[in-house]
Design a protein around this ligand. Structure first.
Ligand code: NAD
Length: 313
């Protein structure tokens, strides 16, 4: 028996609620939005698939009534504006920072023990803001970006290899941005075989590039940012918490010395279980990977500085 709340019933939030229900991640899913009737409508639509899909989870929708979210084990925050073609995730900070802060404060009034999964962009900065202002231990503030970026990396690898994506391993670390994420090609494998043995350097570079602009490519095609894989990725992280699966998932967590970094949230592999972040895994990076990670952290710090200018932290 577990309860998961999804804040924001837009594209990502509603898709996430749907995946949570279909996969029976939680017995109770609450969808909440500021827009009158939207969450209620999306929840009813999902519930009308229950008999077709054969799930028993109950999804309810509410407009801005946080009392209905009380006692949530996990809360996924997707509220805010998405990017339009040509925009970077970082350009969303002005609007989304205020939304994420107020939403998280409301959530904690009713679910003081909840573990938060932050999805709204620029995600690393929104996760950092949440950690800084809410007074929660860092284990309970998880930024979702690496789960999605790693899934995209595995997709592009499987396309290049002509194989099943479930048989490919690959992780993406660093910031959740077109230029800041670092797909770790060196560690990617197909059935335990390093992909560098199976793909040419050029092909592998192409896969890395496609992964990095994966979100922007979809934004160009769809006219707004993608939602299927992002919604599923947020549910994937929630499932590891609720079911104590202890999966290793790249997530944006607050670093306090790990990887030689301090005072930022950035994507690193972590073990996720019932307590949230249960372990930060420190990979042995090469000099080149380290340099890329440092540049990525620098860019994230720069975006975080806007929070100070806005007097939000
Ligand atoms: N981290 C990731 O990997 C990832 C991936 C995709 C999208 N995103 C981000 O997720 C966010 C949502 O994207 P989307 O495509 O679902 O956008 P969307 O516009 O479809 O949905 C956002 C929803 O948030 C709601 N909202 C706004 N202010 C609110 C508030 N104060 N309280 C409750 N609800 C509020 C809106 O009414 C809307 O329904 C964006 O910031 C987007 O950039 C992140």
């Amino acid at each position: 028996m577990s309860k998961v709340t999804v804040v924001g019933a837009g594209n990502v939030g509603a898709t996430c609620a749907n995946v949570l229900a279909v996969n029976e991640v939680a017995s109770e899913v609450v969808l909440i939005d500021i827009k009158e009737g939207l969450a209620e409508g999306k929840a009813m639509d999902i519930m009308q698939t229950a008999q077709l899909m054969g799930f028993d989870s109950v999804v309810t929708g509410v407009t801005n009534d946080y009392s209905k979210t009380a006692g949530s084990d996990v809360v996924i925050i997707t509220s805010g504006i998405p990017r339009k073609p040509g925009m970077t995730r970082e350009e969303l900070i002005g609007v989304n920072a205020g939304i994420v802060k107020s939403v998280a404060e409301n959530i904690l009034k009713h679910s003081p023990n909840a573990i938060l999964i932050i999805v709204s962009n620029p995600m690393d900065t929104m996760a950092y803001l949440s950690y800084k202002v809410l007074g929660l231990p860092r284990e309970r503030v998880i930024g979702m970006g690496g789960a999605l970026d790693s899934s995209r990396f595995k997709y592009f690898l499987s396309q290049a290899l002509g194989c099943n994506a479930n048989e490919v391993e690959g992780i993406v670390i660093g910031g959740h941005g077109d230029t800041t994420m670092i797909p770790l090609a060196r560690l990617a494998t197909y059935k335990g075989i390093p992909v560098s043995k199976l793909l040419s350097e050029d092909k592998l570079n192409e896969v890395v590039k496609s992964t990095m602009v994966g979100g922007a490519t979809l934004t160009g095609l769809l006219g707004t940012s993608a939602w299927m894989a992002p919604g599923a990725a947020a549910s994937f992280v929630a499932e590891s918490i609720v079911k104590d699966q202890k999966k290793m998932i790249t997530s944006s967590v607050y670093l306090n010395g790990e990887y030689g970094m301090k005072d930022l949230n950035i994507g690193v592999p972590v073990v996720i279980g019932r307590k949230g972040v249960e372990k930060i895994v420190e990979l042995d990076l090469t000099a080149d990977e380290k340099a890329k990670f440092e540049a990525s952290a620098e860019a994230v710090h720069k975006t975080n500085a806007v929070l100070k200018e806005m007097k939000l932290i």
